[in-house]
Design a protein around this ligand. Structure first.
Ligand code: NAD
Ligand code: UGA
Length: 318
């Protein structure tokens, strides 16, 4: 933990052991910031993957790891000075959010956010960046999705992410916490979660197993490279308070076409098996990114380049 005489702001990253949070923490640490990462290493995917994500960070003098559950919010050891908060901790995943697991979604997405906001309202917060999701849009609106539409999530996960956005808005209006909401669109790249499409597809192709496509593969996604998401998130401190911004690539592609691209990059044919479409899955996602581009120089990368990195990572990670 930094000493009392050090007056630089502290960057608090929740969900720092996860896919995106670990990339974001690394970037902030490399830039020379003091970073405190919080994560309780939930078991919705193997803990060893999260430990692996933390490996480099744990060796850095300007990084402190707090293994804490945000619903208890034992953050007393975070230095009492200016804070920039990036709140990524959550129970992610659309298709798994039905039935009994909903309780975990409510706890990790809504309750954890409320506890963190309560804690933050008594501190000096320069910016509170809440990471939300394209899943809040649901299927109803026009494409590409704009931030000012009326979100209508069609999955329990999307409902919890929207509820947490609303909590952030309420704490901004009532307590002045300088909140910015970012809606990420299906993020991919090295360290992707093992439940996500590209992780599963690349693994299956490498191991000559069947690639399972939910539905007929004509659904489209705005896939966003993790490095672009990190860039936009770091720079979200420059965005106006109380506003919502899409963070996507601004393009979309069908799952079928994405598999063809993987085949080309990997030099192997995929053995595709089609199964039933999954409840809660949105037909198409597509971000209108003109709003964020009015404020930031945001230029997302092409899909092939980012996928090549994910393939490389999965080839190396056994
Ligand atoms: P992830 O599961 O890899 O990371 C989330 C981390 O939060 C995990 O390490 C988990 O242990 C931690 N966590 C969960 N509940 C916690 C709690 N109560 N206290 C402390 N830590 C807790 O997920 P990810 O894919 O990196 O997603 C990060 C964020 O981005 C999430 O908020 C997710 O909703 C959002 N998001 C992700 C995507 C995507 O495509 N991956 C797209 C849109 C939005
Ligand atoms: C992703 C993340 O998992 C969510 O946490 C996040 O909130 C959401 O993006 C978002 O953008 O808000 P999803 O779009 O379902 O959700 O991402 P993938 O798991 O990569 O799935 C993409 C598509 O591939 C979906 O249509 C899914 O049904 C399909 N898919 C996935 C398959 O056909 N087969 C699989 O094995 C996995």
């Amino acid at each position: 933990m930094p000493g009392a005489q050090d007056l630089r702001p502290v960057y608090l990253v929740t969900g720092c052991a996860g896919f995106i949070g670990s990339h974001l923490s690394e970037r902030l640490v490399r830039d020379g910031n003091l970073v405190v990462g919080v994560d309780c290493l939930t078991d919705h995917y193997p803990r060893r993957m999260k430990e692996e994500n933390l490996k480099w960070l744990r060796g850095q003098g300007n990084f402190t790891f707090l293994e804490e559950d945000l619903t208890s919010c034992r953050l007393g050891s975070v230095p009492a000075r200016e804070l920039v908060i990036f709140h990524l901790a959550a129970r992610p995943g659309v298709r798994d959010s039905w039935g009994g697991t909903f309780e975990d979604y409510v706890r990790d997405n809504i309750l954890a956010t409320q506890r963190l906001l309560e804690w933050a309202k008594d501190r000096k917060v320069e910016k509170f960046v809440y990471v939300s999701s394209s899943s809040v849009y649901g299927d109803a609106g026009e494409l590409p999705s704009k931030e000012d539409g009326n979100p209508k999530p069609i999955s329990p996960y999307g409902v919890t992410k929207l509820a947490a956005e609303s909590l952030c808005y309420a704490y901004w209006r009532n307590f002045g916490i300088p909140v910015v909401v970012l809606r990420y669109f299906t993020v991919y790249g090295p360290r992707q979660r093992p439940d996500m499409a590209f992780y599963r597809f690349i693994r299956a192709i490498l191991e000559d197993e069947e690639v399972e496509v939910y539905g007929d593969g004509t659904q489209t996604r705005d896939f966003t490279y993790v490095g672009d998401v990190v860039e936009a998130t770091v720079r979200a401190t420059e965005l106006p308070d109380g506003e919502i911004f899409n963070v996507g690539s601004g393009s979309r592609i069908s799952i079928k076409r994405a598999i063809e691209i993987l085949e080309g990059l990997m030099g192997r044919k995929a053995r595709v098996r089609y199964s039933d479409a999954m409840k809660g899955d949105i037909g198409d996602t597509y971000a209108d990114i003109s709003k964020i581009r009015r404020f930031l120089d945001y230029n997302p990368k092409g899909l092939e380049e980012g996928l090549a990195e994910e393939i490389e990572w999965l080839r190396g990670s056994g």
